[in-house]
Design a protein around this ligand. Structure first.
Ligand code: AHR
Length: 513
């Protein structure tokens, strides 16, 4: 039976939820070939590049307008020493990277100078995750001085010499990564005590004539989103510990959630049947519960923080929920070489769309999210091999979904169909409606009822003849966004759509006056 949904459009007002553009952010790390070979090829490479960065990656990122890029990790950050990656590239030390089966020499050619230049070129804000495991508070402070100090000091002069100021200051600082696991196997209480010291020791970069020091954003390492019991206990314990005595500044809380596909260890990420399709689609929805649960726990935690005695104000009791790593993680990623390399099929594109829509729908609860990872690792948007670079179907999803960044959520009412998921937002002039058909092989038909002043503009559709279709180096555009089938307007404001199986669609309407 056809489904009918009704979209209620309230033009931007104080009650509408704005979709933070930062929900479309990225994560890059030296694992496998994400940073090296993927993004950084070097200035002398035969691969077309812009100052050492692969040209096609720069162009693709620019098209997506990434709000934030998180670096250097991930697990890699837990033993990373920033001084290894600045200045003359021929003088940099060679170390060794054992993270996630990478097992490679680390020439440190892509360091802070390169990361910040990359962010500047593609127009993203950098998020640097500091080393809280083998690093120190002194090292963190010097790294921050190097990136942000405006006054002429020995460290800021070093930056000017190394970068000719072609970089952007860093506002987002992550304190530790997955501290419950590779980041130190800490307890929530132990981490909270470390966090207090690191967060307090951060330079403020404030001054008499400058903006307030709150411009520095401190992001705490949050729980393992994939552990239903532990993640609850972790957040309760962490905020309980912060509620003992004075609260240090805390602007963000970074939980990680991977959509693990480990049931069939021998499975290959491009060969699956209907059951395996459904399993991966269904398990991607857990993140919505995690976000709602964690937002509520953060609010409860903040409510316990004691009011300060005396005259001086305490930091605001606000803390953004961030999903700093998310994406599908198929069992084959552990066997594939380069390490953690995954092909991305229509199944990954559908879960990428469903996940971004979870963020959109919960935009009052979650403020930032970074896909893991952007290039050659896990849920990628780009795959590279020597001089070749292709865009996965996930790239198209991010591209199609750009229209929601900074827009306001519109309300959707109606029956829920088993496989059709919708989300809508408006900027007042346009209304964009996402329609994701998560069925392996069944077309879905539906009616959309809208206030009569909205006129259909176009529909973009990402679909393929097979649910496991993907783009390859020999067939790079097999799965690409195209114009979809326009709806029939059965009566003013009532539109009839036929949505192909296993597809992601964005339909645009414009306000006519
Ligand atoms: O994204 C790959 C790895 O997954 C990251 O390094 C780590 O933070 C997570 O466990």
């Amino acid at each position: 039976m056809d489904q009918t949904i009704e979209i209620i459009v309230r033009h931007q007002n104080r009650n509408s939820t704005m979709i933070s553009p930062e929900l479309h952010s990225h994560f890059i790390e030296f694992l496998g070939t994400c940073n090296y070979e993927g993004i950084w090829v070097g200035e002398d490479s035969e691969v077309p590049n812009i100052g050492g960065f692969r040209r096609e990656i720069i162009e693709g990122f620019k098209q997506l307008e990434p709000p934030v890029i998180r670096w250097p990790g991930g697990c890699y950050a837990d033993t990373y020493h920033w001084r290894d990656g600045i200045g003359n590239r021929t003088d940099r030390p060679v170390t060794y990277n054992e993270n996630f089966g990478t097992y490679e020499r680390d020439t440190n050619q892509f360091g802070t100078d390169e990361f910040l230049r990359f962010c500047k070129i593609v127009g993203a804000k950098p998020w640097i995750n500091i080393n809280m495991l083998s690093g120190s508070i002194a090292e963190m402070r010097e790294w921050m001085e190097y990136c942000n100090r405006e006054e002429n000091t020995s460290i800021s002069a070093e930056r000017v010499r190394n970068t000719s100021q072609q970089i952007v200051p860093v506002e987002y600082w992550g304190l530790g990564n997955e501290v419950w696991g590779g980041g130190g196997m800490m307890t929530a209480q132990g981490y909270a005590q470390e966090y207090r010291k690191f967060a307090t020791a951060m330079p403020s970069f404030s001054g008499i004539d400058k903006a307030e020091y709150t411009k520095m954003k401190r992001i705490a390492s949050g729980p393992d989103g994939n552990k239903p019991k532990e993640r609850v206990r972790w957040t309760i314990d962490f905020f309980n510990e912060l509620a003992q005595y004075r609260m240090p500044p805390i602007d963000g809380y970074d939980l990680h959630f991977y959509n693990w596909n480990m049931k069939q260890i021998s499975q290959n990420e491009v060969e699956f049947d209907r059951i395996e399709w459904d399993e991966v689609i269904q398990s991607s929805f857990e993140l919505e519960e995690v976000i709602q649960e964690q937002r509520a726990l953060i609010e409860q935690g903040l409510a316990q923080i004691p009011e300060p005695e005396g005259f001086f104000p305490a930091p605001p009791k606000q803390c953004a929920l961030i999903v700093g790593e998310w994406g599908n993680w198929h069992a084959s990623a552990f066997r594939n070489r380069p390490a953690l390399f995954q092909q991305c099929t229509m199944r990954d594109a559908v879960t990428t769309a469903l996940t971004l829509d979870i963020f959109h729908r919960n935009a009052d609860k979650v403020q930032m999210a970074c896909v893991a990872q952007s290039v050659n690792v896990l849920n990628s948007l780009f795959l590279t091999d020597k001089e070749n670079c292709i865009r996965t179907p996930n790239f198209d999803v991010f591209d199609m979904y750009k229209v929601h960044k900074g827009a306001c959520l519109a309300e959707i009412r109606g029956e829920k169909s088993k496989n059709l998921y919708s989300m809508a937002s408006t900027n007042g002039e346009y209304l964009n409606v996402n329609l994701v058909n998560a069925s392996y092989d069944k077309q879905t038909n539906l009616f959309i009822r809208l206030p009569k002043e909205w006129r259909f503009q176009h529909i973009k559709c990402l679909s393929s003849d097979r649910p496991n279709a993907c783009n390859t180096f020999s067939d790079p555009d097999r799965v690409r966004m195209k114009d979809g089938l326009a709806p029939i307007e059965r009566e003013p404001g009532l539109f009839y759509f036929e949505i192909p199986a296993a597809s992601v669609n964005v339909c645009q309407f414009a306000l006519s006056m």
